[in-house]
Every structure is written in structure tokens, then in C-alpha cells.
Design a binder for this molecule. Structure first.
Ligand SMILES: Cc1cc2nc3c(=O)[nH]c(=O)nc-3n(C[C@H](O)[C@H](O)[C@H](O)COP(=O)(O)OP(=O)(O)OC[C@H]3O[C@@H](n4cnc5c(N)ncnc54)[C@H](O)[C@@H]3O)c2cc1C
Length: 427
């Protein structure tokens, strides 16, 4: 396979030392074979190595090649659906269990950054920006409900106070999460990979898995080699392709675009984002942005159902950036890229088993920086025989997209158009 490079992103250009890893050749024997070196796979790998298991990770391209090395870098707590919606859909008991775990992903990131000394520009604090009074009321409702599950880091922000977090006249209020934050996502995943190797784990790059032979000791095959393991964890998320069609019909790759400006005058970016919190707005197709360590504005948004990139990567997000910060009209955009996340119909991650010893987790539906760290750990727990939390997650029913693989994209676009119109009309 050709040596797949990272996309030309700000992250790739500012990555800490990238160590090329070997291609899998011949047969390797191990306890656990992980497919995919993103946050989910490496979170499982770290947990298992810390618990004495031997681990081999197979990555089709490079560590962090997928969403984990391209995302907005926003540490957003909770899930893509709020806990009240989860309670309505799955019942209060399951919502209670998910509520107990809703801050753990962020904690895992902070613990690992400290424990493994990962340099990834970690900053605390996130702001959810509202365009309408209705969105403010919805945030207040989410806050009240989440507080019953123990979240004490949320505070409502009035219109007069918005300027403490973002100097833009687009918003009528919002909510902060002091336990949110932001990171350089590629440096986080590279640091996690280095920690895996320090603990004795093996990572093979340019080693796309082409098949998994199920059995008492499953065999995971690539073009040049194979791994014989006791357990397999499938963590390929939106980049899995058709490897395991049984699970991929319940998720759809969706692309989102991100760009980074040239470095701004520190006084200007400080005026725009005074608290250095990351910001995401409350629209259905949302904008998300933050300051980088070298004073760029990193701005994301836009959406491509099915994982298609638009011809012009900045076509949607640059005009949106200028609506938020008109003062950047003459600012150069130095980087623009896109990546795919995995969407499920319920917006709740899909976790389960393909066989007694072959587990999978994917579908964080756009809010995966924290969730993947949690769910990777829970896959690891299941392998160690502590399957209580795995049982909760795997019991949440995942539904196939209406329209199958042919019509799921147009049907989802229709739904998104409807919600987008509601946002535009403020209803
Ligand atoms: C543009 C963008 C912006 C985002 N912004 C945010 C944000 O700000 N905050 C947030 O919370 N979430 C965000 N997300 C979502 C978040 O990045 C993802 O949920 C998360 O990174 C998914 O991690 P993962 O490990 O499950 O998958 P990935 O990081 O995609 O990793 C999967 C890996 O598996 C490999 N793979 C696939 N198939 C095979 C195979 N057959 N053999 C071997 N390897 C294989 C891939 O090459 C890839 O490296 C964003 C996503 C995108 C795309």
C-alpha cells in the first residue's frame, strides 16, 4: 500500500515528532488486536496494557490519520444527545448510568496527558453560544437536568456577559462548561501512541485490515501479515469502509471541514476570545472554533453526509467565520482540511460484539473527543472480564438508517435541511 500521508492540516504542520511505525509483516501473536489507531483504539490499548495484556494495534494509514488527528480539538462533555432525551429513549436507569459516565471521558484525557506527559496544548473551558432565546431556554433545561447527574461546572451566560467568552454580536447568551476545554488533537493521539509503545504495545502503520477470521483465536489479516489474538477490538469508526458490513449499516460517515487562519496579532485574538474557551454554537449544523497555541483562529463547521468533501473546503465555513468575526475579512486562511466522523441514527454510539471475542465501538456522532476515550476504556474493561458498563452501552439499540446504503444520504440530508430551516427561522 502507498504511504498515506496526513491531510495538509494545521495539525500535521505543527505535530510533535512523528515516528514512522513498521508495516505488519508475517505472523504476530498477541492477547488483543486493536483495529484503528485513533482515540478509541488507543484508549483501549492503554487501558489493557496498564492491566498487563499484550496488545498489537493495526492502523490502515498512520496514527491519528482519521478523525482523531483532524478534529476541532474541543473537549465537549456528555454525548451527542442530552441525558433527558436518552432517558426518554432508553429509560431512566440507563440514562442514570450514562449520566454517571458523562464526565469521565474528559477526566481520562486529563489523567493521560498528566501521566504520560503529553504536550498537546490542553486548555480548560468551553462556551456553548445561543442565537435565540429558545436555544438559551433549552441550554438552561439541559443544565438543570445534567446537574441532577452531578455536573457542577455549568453556568448560564447572559447576553451582557457573552463578551467575556466571545466578542461577536451574533449571540444572545449561552452556557459555559468549566470542565470542557481544548487540545491539539493530533498531538494528543500521537502522545497516546507513544505511551502505548512505552508500555510494550506494538503499533503497525500502513497495515489495513482486509479480513477477520472469527474463532477461538481470531486471525486479523492485512496484505502482508496477520495477527493471531485472543480478542479483537474493531475501532475503525468512519474509516472502516466495508470491512464488516454487519456493523457499518448502522453508521454513516459524515465529513466536517476545518480551517486555520494565519497567526493573528495576540491582542486581536485575545479580544475575540478573551477567556480562551473553545466555542460551539447551538445550531443543528453547528460552527465550532477556538484559539490555537500560536494565536490562529481554528474554525470548523459544514457537513457532508456520506463523507463527501465539498469541492471548496472553505466555501461554507469562511463566510460563517466572517459573520462571527467580520474583522477577519482580510485575514489569510493558511490551512483547510476535512475529516469524517461516524453518525448513528440515534446519535448514540454503537457498541457491541461480532463474536464472543470480537468487540466494536463507533458512532460518536461528532462529539467524540471525550466519548471515544470513555468507550475505548469500556471495551478494555469488557476484555478484562468487567463487562458491567459494556453491558449498559451494548444494550442501547442501534437502528439502521432508513433508505439503506442507497438512500440514507438523501434522506438524512432532507432531515438536516428541515432542522437547518428551523434554526434559520429561530423556531
Ligand atoms: C472535522 C472533524 C471535527 C471534529 N471536531 C470534534 C470536536 O471538536 N470535538 C469532539 O468531541 N469531536 C469532534 N469530532 C469527532 C471526533 O474527532 C471523533 O468522534 C473521534 O476522533 C473518533 O475517534 P475514533 O478513534 O473512533 O476514530 P478515528 O479517529 O477516525 O480512527 C479510526 C482509525 O481506524 C483506521 N482504520 C479504519 N479502517 C481500518 C482497517 N480496515 N484497518 C486498519 N485501520 C483502519 C483509520 O485509518 C483511522 O486512523 C470531529 C470529527 C471531525 C471529522
Amino acid at each position: 500500500m502507498a504511504n498515506t500521508p496526513y491531510p495538509q492540516s494545521y495539525y500535521a504542520a505543527s505535530a510533535n515528532a512523528v515516528t514512522p511505525r513498521p508495516v505488519l509483516q508475517g505472523e504476530v501473536e498477541t492477547d488483543v488486536c486493536v483495529i484503528g489507531a485513533g482515540y478509541t483504539g488507543l484508549s483501549s490499548a492503554l487501558f489493557l496494557l496498564e492491566h498487563g495484556f499484550r496488545v498489537a494495534v493495526l492502523e490502515a494509514a498512520k496514527v491519528g490519520f482519521g478523525a482523531s488527528g483532524r478534529n476541532g480539538g474541543q473537549i465537549v462533555n456528555g454525548y451527542s444527545r442530552d441525558l433527558e432525551t436518552i432517558a426518554r429513549r432508553y429509560g431512566p436507569d440507563k440514562a442514570q448510568r450514562l449520566g454517571e459516565m458523562s464526565l469521565e471521558g474528559g477526566r481520562i484525557i486529563r489523567e493521560r496527558v498528566a501521566k504520560y506527559n503529553i504536550a498537546c496544548d490542553l486548555v480548560d473551558g468551553g462556551f456553548f453560544a445561543a442565537f435565540t432565546d429558545k436555544q438559551v431556554r433549552e441550554m438552561a433545561h439541559v443544565k438543570a437536568h445534567w446537574e441532577t447527574h452531578g455536573h457542577s461546572g455549568l453556568e448560564m451566560v447572559s447576553k451582557a456577559e457573552v463578551g467575556r467568552y466571545v466578542k461577536s454580536d451574533r449571540y444572545v447568551g449561552g452556557m459555559i462548561d468549566k470542565l470542557g476545554g481544548h487540545i491539539h488533537p493530533l498531538n494528543l493521539v500521537l502522545g497516546e501512541a507513544a505511551a502505548v509503545e512505552r508500555l510494550g504495545g506494538k503499533i503497525f502503520e500502513q497495515s489495513r485490515v482486509t479480513g477477520v477470521d472469527m474463532g477461538a483465536n481470531p486471525v486479523v489479516r492485512t496484505a502482508k501479515g496477520s495477527v493471531v489474538a485472543k480478542y479483537v477490538l474493531v475501532c475503525g469508526n468512519a474509516y472502516l469502509g466495508n470491512l464488516l458490513p454487519k456493523i457499518t449499516d448502522k453508521m454513516m460517515p459524515v465529513s466536517s471541514q476545518v480551517m486555520a487562519t494565519e497567526p493573528l496579532d495576540p491582542a486581536l485574538i485575545e479580544e475575540m476570545l478573551p477567556a480562551n474557551y473553545c466555542v460551539e454554537d447551538a445550531n443543528y449544523v453547528l460552527d465550532y472554533y477556538r484559539r490555537t497555541a500560536d494565536n490562529r483562529l481554528l474554525y470548523g463547521g459544514g457537513i457532508g453526509y456520506g463523507g463527501q468533501d465539498p469541492a471548496n473546503l472553505t466555501g461554507v465555513i469562511r463566510p460563517n467565520m466572517l459573520k462571527t468575526f467580520p474583522q477577519l475579512a482580510n485575514t489569510k486562511i493558511e490551512f483547510a482540511w476535512s475529516g469524517n466522523f461516524a453518525l448513528t441514527l440515534t446519535r448514540i454510539p454503537h457498541m457491541g460484539k461480532l463474536a464472543d471475542n470480537v468487540y466494536f465501538s463507533h458512532g460518536d456522532s461528532g462529539h467524540g473527543v471525550t466519548t471515544t476515550h470513555l468507550l475505548g476504556k469500556i471495551l478494555g474493561e469488557a476484555v478484562t472480564g468487567h463487562s458491567g458498563r459494556y453491558d449498559v452501552w451494548s444494550s442501547l439499540q442501534a437502528l439502521p438508517f432508513p433508505g439503506g446504503t442507497t438512500f440514507r444520504v438523501p434522506l438524512t440530508m432532507l432531515g438536516a435541511w428541515w432542522y437547518g430551516m428551523r434554526d434559520k427561522l429561530g423556531v
